[in-house]
Design a protein around this ligand. Structure first.
Ligand code: GCO
Ligand code: MN
Ligand code: MN
Length: 412
């Protein structure tokens, strides 16, 4: 094998990406409510045990490349684009101005803004820390993010309270910390009501995001279900403004069926926003791109969301692997993630309209004939043969996933 010269490597990656085929045009991609985070494209490959493998890129570059791919919406943490020390200063306005120009130039819209409350030293004891100074600063920060959101035309604000928890038990009172956290969300909603009035815009949808394991050792709101309980706890002044931003992998991480988590959020009318990615159960937050680990599960998730007309954003919250280059982030990572999502979304439509699945599902709902309701044995007998349809439906969904429903099989 001949080593590949460095100046020929991008061309090779491009040729093989092209050879994969089955990609969608930017126009087609723009029909979906797909959002691209600043932090995902700008992720440099660093982690606790990992040095960066990619070089820094500007917000202008991210927005421009998303535009070329056909990702119609962009979202950001406040400090992804505005250094912490520049917040609340004229530099902030200057940067927000640059974002506006860049979005307009590349035909993108800002969908969502989120406050970084996990990275900076000020959040060492979380945004709901004992210190009133920290909590007041947190309230100013979320209000500032809401203001930036309105300025940029966003519809959503997301909160990932990753540092709401502890390493050692006993030092904090969980009930008190959760009350303080509620004060922060209340401050964001109250600020939103005022700012929205000034801008003559609807208020934002405020979406809480749970992650079970990191970065604290113990997390106070580890799952979407915990957050539902929090929303309905009576601590929030505007519970109608607050919902969820579940992340596929965060539900999978603790061992849940993400589809069932989403179903519970849908039932409560709290599925506002959805972070899409992939990974493994009971591992750390590997943030792999959608469909690369669990495509069958993903197909089923999208069947649920299509069935119940979810119309919020699908946010590409994943981390391009450290082995992908700066060039690869936009030539391979993002376009292929978007295309897998679109394919799975359209396949979910195939599942919903599949005549075999439809007939089997209807038959199951009709139930078997002739049961004597007072006789348990008779109820079992009446439904016994029908129930084999459960497994047949699962097989049919697999067939749709791999194209076997269109006659794909191997000649052996
Ligand atoms: C993660 C989290 C974050 C949040 C983001 C939004 O995987 O670490 O999901 O990426 O989505 O902080 O607030
Ligand atoms: Mn996320
Ligand atoms: Mn994650």
């Amino acid at each position: 094998m001949n080593p590949i010269p460095q100046d020929k490597q991008q061309a090779l990656v491009d040729r093989l990406t092209q050879a994969c085929g089955a990609s969608y045009s930017p126009e087609v991609r723009r029909r979906y409510f797909i959002t691209g985070p600043q932090w995902a494209a700008a992720y440099e490959g660093h982690a606790l045990f990992h040095a960066p493998t990619r070089s820094p890129i500007t917000l202008e570059k991210v927005i421009e490349e998303y535009g070329k791919i056909g990702i119609p919406y962009w979202c950001t943490h406040d400090t992804d684009v505005i250094p912490t020390d520049d917040l609340f200063t004229p530099k902030q306005d200057e940067i927000v101005g640059r974002i506006k120009t860049s979005l307009a130039k590349n035909g993108l819209k800002c969908s969502m803004v989120t406050t970084e409350t996990f990275h900076h030293a000020v959040w060492a004891a979380s945004a709901a820390a004992e210190s009133q100074d920290v909590r007041e600063y947190a309230a100013r920060r979320v209000a500032n993010t809401v203001a930036i959101g309105h300025e940029l035309g966003a519809q959503y604000a997301v909160y990932w309270p990753g540092s709401l928890g502890y390493y050692v038990q006993g030092a904090i009172d969980e009930t008190q910390t959760l009350r303080w956290f509620a004060d922060g969300i209340n401050a964001a909603c109250e600020a939103d009501i005022e700012i929205a009035k000034k801008h003559n815009r609807p208020t934002l949808k405020h979406a809480l995001e749970a992650k079970p394991f990191e970065p604290q050792a113990e997390i106070l709101l580890p799952t979407s279900d915990a957050m539902l309980a929090f929303i309905f706890s009576g601590l929030l002044k505007h519970p109608d403004m607050v919902g969820l931003n579940p992340e596929y992998l965060h539900e999978l991480m603790w061992g849940a069926a993400p589809r069932a988590s989403l179903a519970r959020a849908l039932l409560c009318k709290k599925l506002f926003h959805f972070d899409i990615n992939d990974g493994y159960r009971l591992k750390h937050d590997v943030d792999i791109a959608v469909g690369l680990v669990n495509p069958l599960d993903w197909l089923n998730v999208l069947v649920l969301l299509r069935t119940y007309n979810y119309n919020g954003p699908f946010n590409l919250d994943y981390k391009p692997p450290r082995t992908t280059s700066n060039y690869g982030v936009f030539s391979v990572s993002f376009p292929t993630a978007v295309d897998r999502f679109i394919t799975l979304w359209e396949m979910a439509g195939d599942v919903i309209s599949d005549p075999i699945i439809k007939e089997a599902t209807d038959a199951l709902k009709s139930g078997g004939a002739g049961a004597d309701q007072k006789n348990v044995k008779s109820i079992v007998e009446a439904n016994k043969e029908l129930l084999s349809l459960h497994e047949l439906i699962a097989h049919r969904i697999f067939q749709i996933l791999i194209g076997a429903h269109r006659g794909r099989k191997y000649s052996v």
